[in-house]
Design a protein around this ligand. Sequence first.
Ligand code: SF4
Length: 311
Amino acid sequence: MTTPERRPHQPQVADGVSGAVSVPRQEGVQRQRGTAAGIGTALPFSANDPASAADLTAEQRKQLADRRAGKIGSVHSWELVTAVDGPGTRLTVFLNGCPLRCQYCHNPDTFKIRDGQFQTVDDVLERVARYRTVFAATGGGLTLSGGEPLFQSEFARRILRGAKELGVHTCIDTSGYLGRRCDDDMLADIDLVLLDIKSGLPDTYRTVTSRELQPTIDFGNRLAAAGKPVWVRFVLVPGLTDAPENVEAIAELVAQWPNVERVEVLPFHNMGADKWRELGRDYQLGDIEPPSKELLEDTRERFRRHGLTVY
Ligand code: SF4
């Protein structure tokens, strides 16, 4: 789940294990970033095509089976970040694959599994283990984001289980659209859900994401019934998501969920436009400016009027 405050990745310094890190660049937020490495991209993407399946080597067949079992997965990048993606300092791992097509998405290069780098669960957990003392000192942990982390649900499940075995706080950043893939066992390994609600009106949701709103509502209802801590995130895009009735619909929905600890209203930025163009995709928000301070505050106030804690 990509949120608009994400900057394009600018790796600068190799960290010697997998990828590179960059220096902090946003006031109040400390970051290190890296591109995913590991076992590379030379894996078969599908064995459904008999012709290509017949061409697979024994090693590729094993890798394909491991992919299906979630032992390996497609990873876009990682980021060590403070003050976003959950409490404390967090290792946010961006997984590839997403069923939505949000008009404002900052990482359209996470849409497809094939655009990531394949890594093993152990690759990811090795990095998680490295930062355990940082997590303990800051109250942080692991956040799985994307893309949509539930798109590769078996891979995510294994990572979350492994993180819990390491004693690490866990979080997923999800639209909830694939919430049905998160069964109760998996949910038990998630300490916090960042639930990105793209819009409150079904028609607007469809316009923004090309998908339906209802699965997100269903997942939210389930999280509420389970008493799972949730932070709701909403991206405010002038002319797209800012209609009072759209915001009001989200606020009314979220106000029914006593497990929601906060709502974060995130101002739209246009910094993903270049990636869309590089990928040959049509970016429709090129002329949209970020919301004014007044609109941002009015929107936050609308949530507050429902008794919600808002940032
Ligand atoms: S398209 Fe997917 S990755 Fe991009 S913002 Fe939407 S949910 Fe997140």
